[in-house]
Design a protein. Structure first.
Lengths: 134, 664, 176
């Protein structure tokens, strides 16, 4: 009886606007196949939690994050590729939902930045070097 | 209006005293700036015609700087005092503290909010200026006074911000019976000291900025300036390193998901000054010993503190979404932005105008230690640029009406390879000769590190089992760097080796250790998420973990449910007790992870929710060699401390010797 | 020392960064996450009934030629209770209000409907937020205007206020 009461206490967190229902089956349980679970995990850390202040769905206690984890695991188990699931989510929520910005005209400056900066830096640094044979 | 105040007779005075001290400190900063500006002007306009008035003006700046620092510290002490006394008539205490809070967290609560942390900022700014005034003996007089003037100018802006837009001593009337409490997530000894440590770093680097501005004003950019600036840069950098390392470890064990770095905008805001300060640290040595890289050094000094200020701004402006961000209104953001434009814009304009008139430093061959240090500066700046662009990009995109997120996948892919390249430069750099070196000779010296790299690479490929490229390179390069960093000690009399050489060795070794930890954690972590029943064994990595039971427990201001876990590997059993804590002020649930540390990794356990059917959620991780990440950070800081000690020792010896020669 | 225009580059870069920051400060970004499915066809879904006597919700029912209001809500959601009067007003005006209840239970739903009135022609049971994720909703309450073909016309995030009602009626009348 005491044990049940303790379990019950754990099950009910102080709810602000929470449903008090238990999380979806695959929200907090790993897939049985470790390769699939690894794929799911790799995808989940790149999907943004929509109701949090800057966390991935893998790192969040929010209910919706749990439901999104369940969705990802379910689909991976059904055989979908991570890229397909990500595209599905982007079709619903826009680029905001992924922490890995897809390469497009708008994000091109972002992705090319490291190369541009290195090239620029090398050009700047040339002034410090001694001219050979001067 | 008056009723609440008269109720607390003695305590009433402390907050007013603090506010008065703040005003006084601001006035002193204004005086310090005026005297410095006037004095420097008189000397540079007519150096031959210096009279006693000029000498008096110049002589007054140091004492004023010292007193300013002391008075600012007094204001901070007053704020801490009202927090310790839980004086609820002070608005800040009412909003951020509670009488039931343990003493340590009342103390730390003083800076766990926007106003208090800004006051801590200006206190350290004032104390740093005062310290320069007390300890700096080698710099020419005009440069030093210009430096103190620059420091005062910075302080003045932030004093104004505090006094007019963020008064920490504001009263609330009627005083509430008790406070709204402090976020229970922040009630942790590690976190209590993380902000002050970081702030000493962030704000300490302002000294470098002031030195740079002072040197530009006095047109004195040379080895003497670099030698004077170096200990201050080292000191601030050590604290920044410790602060970031400690913050990362705190996030790791407190947040309950096993992550140690999230590329969160506020984390990035603390990393950027560190990157600039690291580049500055190396650049200043080139200037001090070889009189090269003058423009780089001055620019990096300006950039480092600029990054500090930009970071402070970003965290408080409300334009970034982050778990760390303070909630502040836009008018305050505008104020700080105005200060940023004034200080950074001013310094960069001064740079553009004056650096051309500074005589060019020495040049050198690309394959040389200076060349490696230029590469070092370059790569660190690239990483800094990537982090800055990645952090600001969502804001730019939002301006075009597009919402996007930039997170770990971008930063890891964009900054990771550059960082690995930097590791190669770090390995080769100390093995290169100054001025000019031969490629073949360098290759010979790199043979041992190269071998270590190859061995590690093969070992991981053979025994690691499916490791991604970046992680593989990380592990192999860590091995190579570890060997390369101790190479300068090879065939030396270890007792005769200068302290600053030891410092370099240990700091670079620390990076190698940290890199090994990062790559290992990334590649070999094993995770088990399960709804466990009592008595059911679960496997995670080499451990078998069993839930033995759940029991209630109580703390100073929380109650909790505690899981009793026993973990077995081979023979020994470890007992772990992760908790789910319930706070009442404010109402929150936090999870306290239970971590067992072994020589080869950590077993990390977290208690989740029950599912109502007799099972409870457990999150278990086995993280091999994860502690190396922070151990490496500590080594880096230690290396810095040894370097600092070594430089100060060398300085004292040189001064004593020249004093002896003067007497002889 | 060489340099010339190069020396002014850092200042120029800083001015650019400051401009970005200033713009962001004065035009604070809307943190609401909007659905990207607006303008597209309603995705396929099927939910079982939450309460006996009230049908569940299937996506095919939306292509019957009549524009409808799809309301994503829950009994445990506080603003949902606040928008109940507006939904009743819409029902009175002849708008079919279809509800999808997120993570809800029959007992709690009965109490909720008893308190605020029942404007719904059907309530679907979505225990795993499947419908919510499928249409790009990220919280409760949210309402979607669906036209007769099953295309999503509009997303209204948050509870419907009294002054939103005329606008919604107008948009539904314009759609067909």
């Amino acid at each position: 009886m005491k044990r049940f009461a303790l379990f019950a206490l754990l099950a009910s967190s102080p709810a602000f606007a929470d449903s008090n229902l238990p999380p979806a089956p695959l929200a907090n349980t790993q897939l049985r196949d470790p390769v699939q679970e690894a794929k799911a995990q790799a995808l989940m850390v790149t999907i943004r939690c929509l109701v949090c202040q800057g966390q991935s769905i893998a790192d969040s206690d929010a209910e919706m994050a749990g439901d999104m984890r369940a969705l990802v695991r379910q689909r991976i188990e059904a055989g979908e590729r991570p890229a397909q699931i990500r595209d599905w989510l982007i079709a619903r929520y826009g680029d905001y939902v992924t922490y890995d910005p897809p390469f497009s005209l708008l994000t091109a400056p972002l992705w090319i930045a490291p190369l541009v900066l290195i090239a620029f830096g090398v050009w700047l640094a040339r002034a410090s070097f001694r001219r050979r044979g001067s | 209006m008056a009723a609440g105040r008269y109720f607390h007779c003695g305590a009433a005075m402390i907050a007013e005293l603090g506010l008065a001290a703040l005003w006084l400190a601001a006035a002193l900063a204004a005086m310090q700036l005026a005297l410095a500006a006037l004095g420097v002007r008189r000397v540079t306009r007519a150096p031959e015609a210096e009279n006693s008035l000029t000498a008096d003006i110049l002589g007054a700046v140091r004492p004023v700087a010292i007193v300013q620092g002391a008075v600012a510290a007094l204001a901070m002490a007053a704020l801490i005092a009202v927090f310790l006394r839980s004086d609820m008539s002070v608005l800040l205490v009412a909003e951020n503290s509670h009488s039931e809070k343990p003493l340590l967290y009342k103390f730390a609560g003083a800076w766990g909010n926007h106003e208090g942390s800004m006051l801590l900022w200006v206190t350290i700014l004032g104390l740093a200026g005062g310290a320069v005034a007390v300890f700096e003996r080698t710099l020419p007089r005009v440069t030093l006074i210009a430096t103190l003037g620059a420091q005062a100018a910075i302080a003045l802006g932030f004093y104004a911000f505090l006094l007019f837009a963020s008064n920490p001593f504001a009263r609330i009337d009627p005083a509430p019976a008790d406070g709204q409490g402090l976020n229970p997530l922040l009630q942790d000894p590690g976190l209590a000291f993380h902000p002050p440590t970081l702030y000493v770093g962030y704000v300490g680097i302002s000294v470098a900025f002031s030195f740079a501005v002072g040197a530009l004003v006095a047109r004195d950019v040379g080895p003497a300036f670099a030698r004077a600036m170096r200990p201050w840069v080292l000191g601030a950098w050590i604290f920044l390193t410790l602060g970031i390392t400690a913050g990362s470890y705190w996030a790791y064990y407190e947040l309950g998901w096993g992550g140690w770095w999230f590329w969160d905008p506020v984390e990035n805001a603390s990393l950027m000054p560190w990157l600039a300060a690291t580049a500055l640290l190396h650049s200043v040595t080139v200037l001090a010993t070889r009189d090269g890289l003058r423009a780089w050094t001055v620019m990096l000094a300006v950039v480092a503190f600029s990054m500090s200020m930009i970071g402070t701004f970003l965290v408080r402006s409300g334009i970034l979404t982050s778990v760390h961000a303070f909630a502040v209104d836009p008018s305050r953001g505008t104020f700080i932005l105005a200060l940023l434009v004034l200080y950074i814009g001013g310094a960069l304009a001064l740079f553009a105008v004056r650096i051309g008139t500074v005589r060019a430093g020495n040049t050198f061959d690309p394959v040389s230690r200076e060349g490696a240090l230029v590469a070092n500066n370059l790569l660190l700046s690239v990483i800094l640029g990537v982090v800055l662009i990645g952090t600001l990009y969502p804001i730019v995109a939002a301006g075009f009406g597009v919402q996007l997120s930039v997170g770990p996948p971008f930063f890891d892919k964009a900054a990771g390879p550059v960082a690995l390249l930097l590791v190669v430069v770090m390995a080769a750099g100390p093995l290169l000769r100054w001025r000019r070196d031969g490629v073949r000779a360098v290759a010979m010296r790199m043979a041992a590190p190269g071998a270590a790299f190859a061995v590690a690479l093969l070992a991981v490929l053979a025994f690691g089992g499916g490791v991604a490229l970046l992680q593989l390179l990380g592990l192999a390069l860590a091995a190579g760097l570890a060997v390369a960093s101790v190479a300068p000690l090879w065939r030396r009399n270890l007792l005769r080796t200068p302290l600053f050489t030891w410092g370099m060795v240990i700091a670079h070794l620390g990076i190698a250790v940290s890199l090994a930890g990062i790559a290992s954690e990334s590649a070999f972590t094993r995770q088990t998420l399960v709804a466990a029943r009592i008595g059911e064994p679960q496997r995670v990595g080499p451990y078998t973990v069993t839930l033995d039971g759940i029991a209630p427990t109580i703390g100073p201001n929380w109650s909790a449910l505690e899981a009793h876990l026993s973990a077995r590997r081979g023979g020994a059993t470890i007992r772990l007790r992760p908790q789910s804590r319930f706070f009442t002020n404010p109402v929150t649930v936090t999870s306290e992870s239970a971590i067992a540390t072994r020589w080869d990794g950590q077993l990390y356990t977290v208690l989740g929710q029950a599912d109502g059917q007799g099972r409870v959620q457990l999150r278990l991780w086995w993280k091999p060699f994860v502690t190396l990440i922070w151990l490496g950070g500590a080594l880096v800081a230690l290396g810095g401390a040894l370097s600092l000690a070594g430089r100060l020792q060398r300085e004292r010896r040189t001064r004593r010797r020249s004093a002896e020669e003067a007497w002889a | 020392m060489k340099g010339g225009a190069r020396l002014w580059l850092p200042l120029a870069l800083f001015v650019a960064v400051a401009a970005i920051i200033a713009v962001a400060l004065y035009r604070p970004a809307d943190r609401t996450v909007y659905s990207a499915m607006v303008g597209k066809r309603l995705p396929t879904f099927a939910t079982s009934p939450l309460l006996p006597g009230k049908p569940g919700v299937v996506s095919t029912a939306f292509a019957d030629g009549k524009p409808k209001l799809l309301n994503i809500f829950a009994s445990w959601c506080v603003p949902c209770a606040a928008e109940a009067p507006q939904l009743m007003a819409l029902k009175t005006a002849g708008v079919p209000v279809v509800g999808v209840a997120i993570r809800d239970t029959p007992g709690a739903m009965r109490d909720f409907l008893a308190r605020g009135g029942d404007p719904y022609v059907a309530i679907g049971d979505d225990k795993a937020s499947a419908v919510q994720l499928a249409i790009g909703s990220s919280g409760v309450p949210e309402s979607f205007l669906i036209d007769g073909d099953g295309t999503i016309l509009l997303q209204h995030v948050g509870d419907i206020r009294a002054d939103d009602v005329p606008d919604i009626l107008a948009k539904l009348a314009a759609a067909k």
